[in-house]
Design a protein around this ligand. Structure first.
Ligand SMILES: Nc1ncnc2c1ncn2[C@@H]1O[C@H](COP(=O)(O)OP(=O)(O)O)[C@@H](O)[C@H]1O
Ligand SMILES: [Mg+2]
Length: 253
């Protein structure tokens, strides 16, 4: 089933066309990669899907609903959730509290029943994320006391706490060492089985090639290639996009 259907999406930054007629689909249960040189429009794509940047043209359909003009909070409530390159953790809150504030917005009915029959904080989703990401040993620590890899896991956990249908990751491996990147890859591979489809933007080819079912390549705001990691790796257009010129025989980025 197609979970996300992006049709001829164009986005302007001033006079510049940052995305130019992008067509891209994400099937439920997949891990889809989006790669491309710096400035290709990858972050703009995530910003536009999540409602942080306005589309100039085209359509975004998510789970059968047209969300092209929907405000950001409606999209996250529909299950379209992102992470940021800058992690965006609350430094004065424990890991558990960072996760707890990010759990799903309660339903109207939940809000009414909570008001009538107050209960202790529902930490089920936060605890589930601590289990999934093996963060129990640091649950009571502040983000500043963690390793870089652990902070990245907490940022991922915050996004997962709301049980997203589609998780959009913007360069999750930036600043991670190879061992931390492998751990991230192991975690991402487990997400489809808990109901979260993944769209991941990254420069780290070992991560992209190791976890993605399908990879799309953006260059100057256009999708220039799509295919399995192996197909994309051998595509001359992709090699040229990364090198900035046609490849010599056998040459790879
Ligand atoms: N807020 C903005 N205002 C103006 N130009 C922007 C803005 N954000 C990004 N751009 C430009 O749009 C292009 C795409 O940027 P971006 O989506 O950040 O690319 P990527 O994430 O692939 O590196 C770049 O040329 C960038 O300079
Ligand atoms: Mg970017």
């Amino acid at each position: 089933m197609t979970l996300l259907d992006v049709d001829r999406l164009s986005v302007r930054h001033g006079v510049m066309l940052a995305l130019d007629g992008v067509r891209l689909q994400v099937d439920e249960g997949r891990i889809v990669g989006l790669i491309g040189p710096n400035g290709a429009g990858k972050t703009t794509f995530i910003d536009t899907l999540t409602g942080f940047t306005r589309a100039a043209d085209g359509r975004i359909t998510f789970d059968g609903r047209d969300l092209t003009r929907a405000p950001a909070h409606q999209r996250s409530r529909a299950g379209l959730v992102r992470t940021f390159q800058s992690l965006e953790l609350f430094d004065d809150m424990t890991v558990l509290d960072n996760l707890a504030v990010s759990t799903r917005t309660p339903s109207l009915w939940g809000t009414i029943t909570d008001a009538l029959w107050p209960r202790s904080d529902d930490l089920t989703d936060a605890h589930r994320v601590l289990d999934l990401l093996e963060l129990w040993p640091v649950a009571d620590r502040l983000p500043g006391e963690l390793s870089n890899g652990q902070r990245h896991m907490v940022a991922l956990g915050r996004a997962l706490a709301s049980r997203p249908r589609l998780l959009l990751l913007d360069e999750p491996a930036a600043g991670l060492d190879p061992a931390e990147t492998r751990e991230l890859a192991d975690t991402l591979r487990r997400l489809p089985s808990i109901g979260t489809t993944v769209l991941v933007v990254d420069h780290d080819m070992s991560l992209i090639m190791g976890v993605c079912d399908i990879v799309h390549v953006l260059d100057f705001g256009k999708v220039v290639a799509s295919g399995t990691p192996e197909q994309v790796r051998h595509n001359p257009k992709v090699i040229a996009a990364y090198l900035g010129r046609p490849p010599a025989p056998g040459e790879r980025p």
